[in-house]
Design a binder for this molecule. Structure first.
Ligand code: LHQ
Length: 259
């Protein structure tokens, strides 16, 4: 249900149920979580790139797996979230390495919100983000209520979540929801080039950068100065920092090792 390749420090994860627009079944959930766990465990992994096979990125939960006609009573979707989605979303946010999403086509429901939990989102210009939940009587999940509110503010967050109107990639970029909308034919080349740059970068520093910015979401200015002090202390002890400064004085490109 997913394809995995590890090359030159980039773990590329491709959601691979194209006939269902890469909607999640239990097997795909577990495979995706295992992939992010691997990214956490293995030092060789210095960047993750998440994309989808076929014409869609991810259509969210496979609704066939939760078909009310085949169930005894109402389902406990909270249990589904706690068991399948939330551990993966927590792993993505906690991973001290950059995570890139290359949104190749429609991203709906939890599929949209998994992309928005990534650190850098590229989207093909033809891709759309749809908060599909309200169309089927649900409310946002997979971190969407948080991501939309933080990234867009309450008016646009509520607009998208209540109407389920599709948001095109270029509008998403203009609103600050994603990093960049790119030509469809260039999406993977652009995303892979960025992944390669990260994977040959100062992994410790990049990871700490991610952590500092995430911590800012809930901190006061004062508390955030403490976070920056602590993270800079760690970064300053990395081999890559020493290499970065020496290379600067040598007027050459630094050779970062990710340590
Ligand atoms: C699908 C799906 C899909 C199954 C397309 N499931 N087959 C969390 C906790 C627990 C439970 C509930 O949910 C959640 C979180 C969520 O993610 S809730 C939101 C679930 N997702 C949706 O409601 C989106 C449903 N899909 C759509 O609205 C459309 O398919 C979109 C707008 C994504 C794409 O539209 P089109 O480009 O017109 O494609 P299509 O609708 O023709 O889909 C292609 C095939 O994929 C089709 O199958 P078929 O056999 O007719 O070719 C769809 O049935 C299937 N598919 N999404 N989520």
């Amino acid at each position: 249900s997913i394809l995995l390749t590890l090359s030159e420090g980039v773990l590329e994860i491709t959601l691979n149920r194209p006939e269902r627009l890469n909607a999640f079944n239990d097997e795909m959930h577990l495979a995706l979580r295992a992939a992010f766990q691997r990214a956490h465990d293995e030092a060789e992994v210095r960047c993750v790139l998440l994309t989808g096979a076929g014409r869609g990125f991810c259509a969210g939960q496979d609704l066939g797996d939760r078909d009310p006609r085949k169930m005894d009573g109402p389902p406990d979707l909270g249990h589904t979230l706690e068991t399948f989605y939330n551990p993966t979303l927590r792993l993505i946010r906690a991973l001290e390495k950059p995570v890139i999403a290359a949104v190749n086509g429609v991203a709906a429901g939890a599929g949209a919100n998994i992309a928005l939990a990534c650190d850098i989102v590229f989207a093909a210009k033809s891709a759309r983000f749809i908060q599909a939940f309200s169309k089927i009587g649900l409310s946002p999940d997979a971190g969407g209520s948080w991501s939309l509110s933080r990234l867009l503010g309450e008016a646009r967050a509520k607009g998208l979540a209540l109407t389920a109107e599709p948001l095109g990639a270029e509008q998403a970029e203009a609103w600050g929801l994603i990093w960049k909308a790119v030509e469809d034919a260039e999406l993977m080349a652009v995303a892979r080039a960025q992944a390669a740059t990260f994977a040959s970068g100062p992994t410790r520093g990049l990871g700490l950068t991610k952590m500092s910015i995430q911590a800012a979401a809930t901190n006061s200015f004062d508390a955030q100065l403490d976070v920056e002090r602590d993270n800079q202390r760690i970064a300053g002890r990395s081999e890559d920092y020493a290499e970065g400064v020496i290379a600067f004085f040598d007027k050459r490109t630094p050779e970062f090792k990710g340590k």
